[in-house]
Every structure is written in C-alpha cells, then in structure tokens.
Design a protein around this ligand. Structure first.
Ligand code: ADP
Ligand code: MG
Length: 144
C-alpha cells in the first residue's frame, strides 16, 4: 500500500491537485474522498472534473447521492453518500454500473459504504491543521 502526502496552501492549489489527478485518471478508476465539512472536498472534486475536461459546473450533490457528467473525456460519477441511510440505497441507484464501468468514480464520505467498495481504489483524505494556517490542507493519497 502506497501513500503520498501533498500540502496545499490555497483553494487554487487543491483544485490544481484535483485537476492533475483527473487528467491522469484511467477509466474504471475509483477515488474515495474523506474529510470534514468545509475542508475542500468540493474544491478538489471541481479540479478532478476540470482534469476530465468537464466544463459544466460541479457542486456538492448533497441531496442526490449521485450526479453523472457525460461530457468529459469519460463519464464522471460523483457520489456523495453523506445522507445515505442504508447501503441498499446504492443498489437502487445502480452503483455497480458506475463502479465497474468505464468512467471515473469519486465518492465523498465513502467510509459510510465501505462494505461495497471494491478491492482496488484510491483513498484521498483532506485534513486541516490550524497551527499551520487557516488555508493549509494536508492531502493523503493512498492506493489500495
Ligand atoms: P467541503 O466540500 O469539504 O465541505 P468546500 O470545498 O465546499 O468543502 O469548501 C472548502 C472551503 O475552504 C472553501 O471556502 C475554500 O475556499 C476554503 N479553502 C481554504 N484553503 C483551502 C485549501 N488549501 N484547499 C481547499 N479549500 C480551501
Ligand atoms: Mg462539498
């Protein structure tokens, strides 16, 4: 298991890291995104979307578990499972076609659906450290 850390000092840097990851992502890849509210998950996700050449605005899909973007270089499946009650809700939205398809999946709050995550995915964790400044973020990228 390989883990790297990236430190960012502005939203732009976090966006840029996301963009790089989106640009390099291979179809079929799954990324999970963990971090408290306001840490920068949406900023990061917007970068990933830009890296996939998606032009339309990407926001937090808080009230829909899944948002699909078809216009980029491959489908982008943006999940936010924060409000999920039971894993069976993932079946209802047909998550398997996304997880095992030809698109890129990004799953916010993926710890809540750990039992259905595949064996291979990349786990991204964003955290603050207020001692290092208000805009400081530590981003861990872990390949499982
Ligand atoms: P989340 O989706 O995790 O709830 P958002 O991406 O919506 O968080 O918001 C992150 C907030 O933190 C934004 O207001 C952004 O401008 C700010 N911010 C400050 N520094 C950073 C940084 N280094 N990376 C990302 N966002 C940052
Ligand atoms: Mg968000």
């Amino acid at each position: 298991m390989e883990e790297i850390f990236v430190e960012t000092h502005s939203p732009e840097e976090t966006f840029e890291l996301g963009r790089k990851i989106g640009a390099e992502a291979e179809p079929g890849s799954i990324y999970t995104l963990i971090g408290d509210l306001g840490v920068g998950k949406t900023v990061f996700t917007q970068g990933v979307a830009a890296g996939l050449e998606i032009m339309e605005p990407v926001n937090s899909p808080t009230f829909t578990i899944l948002q699909v973007y078809e216009e980029g270089r491959c489908p982008f499946y943006h999940f936010d499972v924060y409000r999920i009650g039971d894993v069976s809700e993932m079946d209802e939205i047909g998550y398997e076609d996304c997880f095992y398809g030809e698109g890129i999946c990004l799953i916010e709050w993926a710890d809540l659906i750990e039992e259905i995550l595949p064996e291979q995915y990349t786990r991204i964790t964003i955290s603050k450290d207020l001692e290092k400044g208000f805009d400081y973020r530590k981003i861990s990228i872990q390949r499982k």
